[in-house]
Design a protein around this ligand. Sequence first.
Ligand SMILES: [Zn+2]
Length: 391
Amino acid sequence: MNFLQSSLVFPISSPPIENGIVVVDDSGVIIEVIDPMTTGELPSGIRKYEGFICPGFVNMHCHLELSHLKGKFAEKTGLVGFIDQMRLRRGGEFIHESILKADQEMLANGTVAVADISNSPDTIDIKKISQLYYHTFVEVFDVNPGRAEKVFEEGLMLAQKFSDVELSASIAPHAPYTVSSKLLSLLSKSYFNKAQLSTIHNQETEDEDFMFHSQSGDIFDFLIGLNPANADSIHKTDSSLEYILDHLHHFEKLLLVHNTFTKDKHIKEAQEFSDDIYWCFCPNANQYIENTLPDIELFRKNNCRITIGTDSYASNRSLSILEELKTISTHFPKIPLHEMLKWATLNGAAFLGKDNVFGSLERGKRPGIVLIENVDLKSGTLQGNSVAKRI
Ligand SMILES: [Zn+2]
């Protein structure tokens, strides 16, 4: 039995406890969380830490297979510039080593579970032996409706490769501007036949809505430049999100990622459409690519279920959930840490259907115990040099 005490303990499922003591057995299962103010006699053998203790982080958006692109892409190029660099940089050497390194980095910085996007089987061997829990979204994209069935079948075959070795996987579309309505309908039908988790990159750039709303802009030009026939398959809707919700149904839960340019009316439309929508922010990636951030206060006001992701090494300097929280608290200092930590733990675990194991310091769970050091103990907030580690 281990008794872990810190200046402030965040059970997440209940309010923070000053000088709380987390009692865990040797396998990491929580026995109880003790509030010393309401407990008479304290146990002996307490290990004391200065900082915050919280459950392990759930990284809700990553592309582990792109880890070899660390430091390779120019920053702040906008999304079209990013896609262009992506086309040139896929593949390459050292893919396996970089995936293993990224997995180990996440383990060390307090991550316990990851929702990871895959276009290839490159990550299977590492995920199989990893101490982290992975759900893999096998990503499909193609704007040509004539190729929808072939692309969908290939996606199914890749997802099967993950399932064959007992890794959780489902198939998901890349982004509104890279999937035909035919491909979305095939996905929708497959979700109808078998309830599945889904995700999509959503409103990452202003141009995305522009393409659907006005049939113009950089992304529109980019797609037409690839093939002029693409113009015929671009639907006219008010927003890119509307296009997705018009064609994608029956998902078990849908995770909308980035949401950098999502407006109040889009949030309300999505919430009216389904009770099973979650939102994921990757603020450091948004700054890397577009040098902007989503209006996070808007999502709080609408009681959205918020989660946090790092995106990949193609658009981030680290795969650390704490670094994402630090960026949010710098730009939105009024958001309480307790609330942000819930986004980074319990909400993601609930999306993955793993909140019986991860997400909070509650009896019977095995959520991983994270210590955040170099914090402002007086105000209970993060600082620029705060770091997280597993204890
Ligand atoms: Zn992404």
